[in-house]
Write a protein that binds this ligand. Structure first.
Ligand code: NAD
Length: 328
């Protein structure tokens, strides 16, 4: 099949090309993000391969469908950026990579927790400047604290398994209880209890209308003073303006983000020679107790290999008229 790969970076090319080596698929790599203005690039292709910040709204899908039936193959687990209703009505099947390496995201989540707790980002900068004072670097024993995990699916459970090794008390909230989470030591509670009792809140639920701005001003008001909030799921789980107020008042003691509500125009690009126009994002960067990474939690060799292998397998299954099990 002829595959138009959007939002391509060198690493996408490397891993997808390797995964497709034994197949007849022809991959063409476009650096452009997919949206309604770039969808025409896929005109002569059978498959549109998209990533997390591509925009697959109704207008884009309509343009994609214009030149015949196609498969939409997502290189991600999350699919909040796809208008599934429109895809269905246009006869465009959508497949995704539901699980590639939950461990990659879980390990990055815990890295953010530990770095914030022990102020590794600040210590690194200080030591390089010859400042070896410890003032302002006081941390806490993570293993003696309560961590609340919102969304106890594959990644939430992987986080729970790591933190149970630290000795943390683990609280969980989900719309479904997961026996793997219970086996990892998670005690299920309602959301209000999780907000009230957690020293660290870690978000692992998908972005849906129900989880949009789950962490808002009213939720923050019920959290512990000095709470640490970590979001490696999707930016809009957090009301960023409310979180900034929480940081200013000291209610939020640490904030770790791998995702941001408006990341589409920022992340995955080198903006070091430009002036960032997003004032909310710029404000976040000014806090000493905020650590932001640019949607890199998935970015391990193991995860990229698994994403590429599953994406190519999804395309092959579509070509052969088989169900891959990864259809949305
Ligand atoms: P998953 O489907 O295995 O788990 C998600 C869990 O959230 C499920 O248990 C589900 O029941 C629960 N959930 C759904 N609605 C909820 C609600 N309203 N309240 C509480 N829980 C709810 O998914 P996963 O593989 O664990 O991934 C979780 C999320 O992580 C993805 O949706 C994606 O947005 C994000 N993600 C981020 C990265 C990254 O690089 N930062 C990489 C992969 C995935």
């Amino acid at each position: 099949m002829r595959v138009a790969v959007f939002s391509t970076k060198p690493y996408d090319k490397r891993f997808l090309s390797a995964a497709a080596e034994e197949t007849d698929h022809e991959l063409e790599f476009f650096e452009a993000r997919l949206d309604r203005t770039t969808a025409a690039l896929a005109d002569d292709f059978d498959v549109v391969c998209a990533f997390v910040n591509d925009e697959l709204g109704a207008a884009t899908l309509l343009r994609v469908a214009k030149t015949g039936p196609k498969l939409i193959a997502l290189r991600s687990a999350g699919f909040n950026h796809v208008d599934l209703e429109s895809a269905k009505s246009l006869g465009l099947p959508v497949v995704r990579v539901p699980a590639y390496s939950p461990r990659s995201v879980a390990e990055h989540t815990v890295a953010l927790m530990l770095a914030l707790d022990r102020k590794i980002h600040r210590a690194h900068a200080r030591v390089r400047e010859g400042n070896l004072s410890l003032d302002g670097l006081l941390g806490f024993d993570l293993g003696s604290r309560t961590v609340g995990i919102v969304g106890t699916g594959k990644i939430g459970v992987a986080v729970a398994k790591i933190l149970s090794g630290f000795g943390c008390r683990l609280l969980g909230y989900d719309v479904y209880e997961n026996s793997d989470a219970v086996a990892a030591g998670v005690e299920y509670v309602d959301l209000a209890t999780l907000w009230e009792e957690s020293d660290v809140v870690s978000l692992h639920a998908p972005l849906t209308p129900e989880t949009h701005h789950l962490v808002d001003a009213s939720a923050i008001a019920t959290m512990k003073d000095g709470v640490m909030v970590i979001n490696t799921s999707r930016g809009a789980l957090i009301d960023t303006a409310a979180v900034i107020e929480g940081l200013k008042s000291g209610k939020i003691g640490h904030l770790g983000l791998d995702v941001y509500e408006e990341e589409g125009d920022l992340f995955f690009e080198d903006l070091s020679n430009t002036v960032i126009q997003d004032d909310v994002f710029s404000r976040l960067l000014t806090f000493p107790n905020v650590l932001i990474t640019g949607h890199q939690a998935f970015f391990t060799v193991e995860a990229l290999e698994a994403i590429a292998t599953a994406t190519i397998a999804n395309i092959t299954a579509f070509e052969e008229g088989r169900v891959s099990g990864n259809e949305l």
